[in-house]
Ligand binder design. Structure first.
Ligand code: IPD
Length: 271
């Protein structure tokens, strides 16, 4: 890993831990839906917004020339060529219901196009405030959980793979996902829908899943988790093998990636 990525990772870790403490504390005080976004099921709580505000203020204090692409506020355009891609709470529905699978997800990207991760992710942290698990990675520096080096499970055939996914919020997209699942289910070990894409990618990185795919993610859902999965040895990309994109993300050990991508294409899921 470059010296710059390692220094950035220290800062990302520091900010993520502060944000996680803040969100956990705020959750104890109570939580309710503040507004709906793209659909009535796509929710935001006041804690999502307040946590993002906190994260933004710390970033701007420490690195005022950087840009910020966050889930809950308009993008802040920077001048340094470095962008912070922030999901203050990934897994907001879990957060609302008290299911202990939500996370603060923060990535630092060089050369990103606004709204998507078109550049190089230098550092990323995903922290689950409830369990205290902190996953981190820097480009070329490997991925770790509590100081332990992470590695994805060795390739298994699709038939033995535990596969994570998510469904997004739009009704049409969910209908599409259900049709794909109908085709996929007979060919895999089982499916898991964890409710946080960032944590799903970390689960892949540490062997709790063999593979993960989801259509229609936003950059903030996957930027940090994708780096962590990749640094743990996963191939992460589009179904056609191109680089990761928000439209459809597939991640697994390389052989399984090929098999899953082919199965998804056969089920009609093309990016
Ligand atoms: C959502 C979660 C979920 C995934 C959705 C995301 P949010 O993020 O990551 O698992 O299926 O596509 O939008 O809205 O909780 O930050």
């Amino acid at each position: 890993a470059s010296v710059a990525s390692v220094a950035l990772l220290d800062l990302v870790r520091d900010i993520s831990v502060r944000a996680a403490e803040f969100a956990l504390e705020a959750r104890r005080a109570g939580v309710s839906v503040a507004a709906t976004k793209s659909t009535p099921t796509d929710i935001v709580t006041a804690v999502d917004r307040d946590t993002e505000t906190l994260i933004r203020s710390i970033i701007l204090e420490s690195r005022p020339a950087d840009g910020i692409i966050g889930e809950e506020d308009v993008a802040h355009v920077g001048t340094s060529g470095i962008d912070w891609v922030v999901d203050p709470i990934d897994g907001t529905v879990n957060f609302l219901y008290g299911i202990p699978a939500w996370a603060v997800s923060i990535a630092v990207v060089e050369g990103a196009a606004a709204g998507d991760v078109g550049g190089t992710t230098l550092a990323g942290v995903v922290v689950n405030p409830v369990t205290g698990e902190l996953f981190e990675a820097s480009a070329g520096g490997g991925a770790r959980l509590a100081g332990r080096e992470l590695a994805v499970n060795a390739d298994v055939p699709l038939g033995s793979a535990l596969v994570g996914t998510g469904f997004g919020y739009a009704a049409e997209r969910r209908r599409e996902q259900a049709a794909v699942l109908l085709e996929l289910m007979p060919h895999i070990r089982d499916i898991r829908r964890g409710g946080s894409a960032a944590l799903d990618l970390c689960s892949l990185a540490c062997g709790r899943l063999d593979a993960y795919y989801e259509r229609g993610l936003n950059a903030w859902d996957h930027a940090a988790g994708a780096l962590i999965a990749r640094e743990a040895g996963a191939r992460v990309g589009g179904p056609g093998g191109g680089r990761e994109n928000a439209e459809l993300l597939v991640a697994a050990a390389p052989g399984l990636y090929e098999e899953l991508a082919a199965a998804l294409r056969a089920a009609g899921m093309d990016a």
